[in-house]
Design a protein around this ligand. Structure first.
Ligand code: IPE
Ligand code: IPE
Ligand code: MG
Length: 254
């Protein structure tokens, strides 16, 4: 490994030529549940159910690997286009997941946060998630972000609306608006206090972002696999980490 120049040590600039790091923040598009079920002649919801146990396995694997932040895409703002019965099933799953796994997550020092619009969720899901967030607020282990009813364009649009409101009620002056930088704009997003992902994993074979973290993924490394989410395992997760360690992140530099 090359020795970094001293001036880099004095700044918080990323070190593009320092290889071999574990990604601090991993974001995952957990895709392929429906196809997994269909392949077995089962209803699509059986795939969602199976996917839940994989979530816990990967949370544990991430914590064990030294990952600090894990962000999981569980329901997009576009997923409302699906049949009502499937939507209802998916939106009840966080409650079932937490009912089974919250004690373990608490004892593993995991901190839970939801990103997305919680207001449109069923009341009982909303309450359970709020309880989990409050209960784990002071934990300082792995931060688990659950992207639920999340859409990136909607997030950016809401950020702009909030900014205009701040301008109108003079919390933000015209001069401050002129001087606004990327870091300040980030403060208006759901991810205000969350560092950008280092690695994005998408299972299920599709190679697209599906409206996930468009702003935050600007310099993230992407890793795709055909494996369907219910078949995803700790081994594949470790493969993704290993490949990440071989990547050279340049951020536009050399
Ligand atoms: C991902 O699996 C879970 C959600 C989008 C909620 P899908 O339900 O999209 O599964 P496929 O892509 O149809 O197989
Ligand atoms: C992305 O998967 C959303 C989640 C995994 C929650 P989709 O299955 O909804 O994505 P598209 O429709 O294939 O782009
Ligand atoms: Mg899908």
């Amino acid at each position: 490994m090359k020795i970094p120049f001293l001036n880099h040590l004095q700044t918080s600039e990323p070190l593009p030529y320092l290889e071999g790091h574990t990604p601090e923040h991993i974001a995952i598009i957990m895709d392929g549940n429906g196809r997994w079920a269909r392949n077995r002649g089962m209803p699509r919801v059986a795939g969602h159910k199976e996917g839940v146990s994989v979530v816990f396995k990967i949370v544990k694997a991430a914590a064990k690997s030294g990952v600090k932040v894990l962000t999981l895409y569980t329901f997009s703002t576009e997923n409302w286009k699906r049949p009502k019965s499937e939507i209802n099933y998916i939106l009840r799953l966080p409650k079932e997941f937490l009912h089974v796994y919250l004690p373990d997550l608490i004892s593993n020092n995991v901190r839970i946060k939801v990103i997305g619009d919680m207001n449109e969720l069923p009341a009982s899901t909303h309450e359970t998630l709020q309880y989990a967030m409050d209960r784990t607020r002071d934990n300082d282990g792995l931060q688990l972000n659950i992207a639920l009813n999340y859409g990136s364009r909607n997030e950016i649009l809401n950020a702009m609306k909030a900014m205009v409101k701040d301008l109108n009620n003079t919390k933000l002056s015209m001069d401050e608006l002129d001087a606004l930088d990327e870091r300040q704009l980030s403060k208006y997003l759901y991810t205000a206090d969350i560092q950008d992902p280092d690695l994005l994993i998408r299972t299920g074979g599709e190679k697209r972002l599906s409206n996930f973290l468009l702003w935050q993924l600007a310099y993230t490394e992407f890793w795709f696999t055909d494996v369907l989410w219910p078949d995803f395992s700790e081994n594949e997760f470790l493969d993704a980490l290993e490949e990440y360690r071989q990547r050279k992140r340049r951020y536009g530099g050399l």
